[in-house]
Design a binder for this molecule. Structure first.
Ligand SMILES: Nc1nc2c(ncn2[C@@H]2O[C@H](COP(=O)(O)OP(=O)(O)OP(=O)(O)O)[C@@H](O)[C@H]2O)c(=O)[nH]1
Ligand SMILES: [Mg+2]
Length: 353
């Protein structure tokens, strides 16, 4: 049955996909539920939206006193330029990497399933920070039932493998399959989220690439992944070892050989994540004042001046009159641009409301 999803619904769904703040996500979900055509063809989707609203409402409410819920948080509120989830088989060294990269106190153990719950920490890279979330292992036989919900907040995945484990090719295969069951697909590159927006903005009655018979699953997440082959300290020539692994494993992920134990190769992780996530930094500036270089606003590739305005003041973004830009995206210093102007990394943006 054709879903006949309305433009209002599609816009709400797109806004949901792009939202990072849980409260904003919740508002988008309510809008999705309000605008979804109520018929048999959308029953599953309606139920999924209701479930997600319930989960998010609980999450936002915090732990209930005396209720069954309580104990460690299973979802981590995003922080920094992006949230990166550490995923991999048991004992690969995810927690050891987390400790080394973020200075956390994650439990590292010589036995499998040492990690039971998500643990956030911050990895600095130049003037931005990535939030790394340590997670329990994923195997052929087991994945935590809550893992799919947790990964809804992630922007990327760091796939951690033990380079010394002869089974790591099969392990990665199992991890990818288990994640797919949880509606999480791993990609080698950032998906072009903005392409979807363009397709949806096509005029009513005009031809679009969207097939109305196919209901897109708004809860399916597609995450770019970086492959980190750990325990490189066990080899004299870890690059050759990684190369040998790559010949066996036909996956397309960018990969690094590192050692959490000795620190070898760890300095390449920040730059690799920055590249994978296509992070764009923008510095804000007040008229007549020098730019504030202390903390950049971060956007994804293709982000606009309006996205910067949204971060500076969510309520005022729609009232933006124009902006002036300096830096890589400007044809000349202080060029006047509209909200649609695409920002490039290290631009300075002066907003005029
Ligand atoms: N040689 C070597 N051993 C490591 C390295 N990183 C971790 N280990 C060891 O591998 C074992 C597992 O490390 P963890 O960091 O707990 O592994 P994990 O992937 O978090 O394991 P789970 O929480 O069970 O999924 C520990 O005994 C670590 O000391 C490394 O770079 N080199
Ligand atoms: Mg662990």
């Amino acid at each position: 049955m054709p879903a006949n999803l309305s433009p209002e619904y599609k816009n709400a769904q797109e806004a949901f996909r792009r939202a990072r703040d849980p409260q904003e996500k919740l508002e988008c979900l309510r809008e999705m539920l309000r605008t979804i055509p109520k018929h048999k063809g959308t029953e599953h989707l309606q139920a999924d939206i209701k479930t997600r609203i319930k989960e998010l409402t609980e999450e936002l409410g915090g732990p209930r006193k005396g209720a069954a819920r309580g104990g460690p948080e299973l979802t981590i509120r995003p922080d920094g330029a992006a949230q990166v989830a550490l995923i991999g088989p048991p004992n690969a060294g995810k927690s050891n990497l987390h400790v080394r990269l973020t200075g956390s106190h994650a439990v590292v153990g010589p036995y499998p399933f040492a990690t039971k719950f998500p643990l956030p920490g911050m990895l600095p890279h130049e003037d931005v920070q990535f939030q790394l979330v340590d997670l329990p292992p994923v195997t052929e036989d087991y994945i935590e039932p809550w893992m799919g919900g947790t990964l809804q907040n992630a922007d990327a995945v760091m796939l951690v493998l033990d380079l010394t484990d002869p089974a790591c090719v099969e392990q990665l295969d199992a991890v990818e399959r288990r994640l797919q069951e949880k509606r999480v697909d791993l990609l080698a590159r950032l998906p072009g989220r903005r392409d979807t927006v363009v397709a949806m903005a096509a005029p009513a009655g005009g031809s679009t690439d969207q097939d109305d018979d196919v209901i897109e699953d708004p809860f399916r997440v597609r995450l770019p992944a970086l492959l980190v082959a750990n325990k490189a300290d066990q080899y004299e020539d870890p690059e050759a070892e990684l190369e040998a692994y790559r010949e066996l494993a036909p996956d397309p992920f960018v990969s690094l050989a590192v050692s959490a134990e000795t620190g070898r190769g760890l300095d390449r992780i920040g730059p690799a994540l920055f590249e994978l996530l296509g992070v764009v930094r923008a510095y804000s500036k007040m008229p007549g004042h020098p730019p504030d270089r202390s903390k950049p606003f971060t956007l994804e590739t293709g982000g606009t001046v309006r996205d910067v305005a949204q971060q500076v003041h969510r309520g005022l973004a729609s009232e933006l009159k124009f902006a002036r830009v300096w830096g890589p995206s400007a044809e000349f210093d202080g060029q006047q641009v509209s909200g649609d102007h695409v920002v490039k990394d290290t631009d300075v943006v002066e907003l005029h409301w």
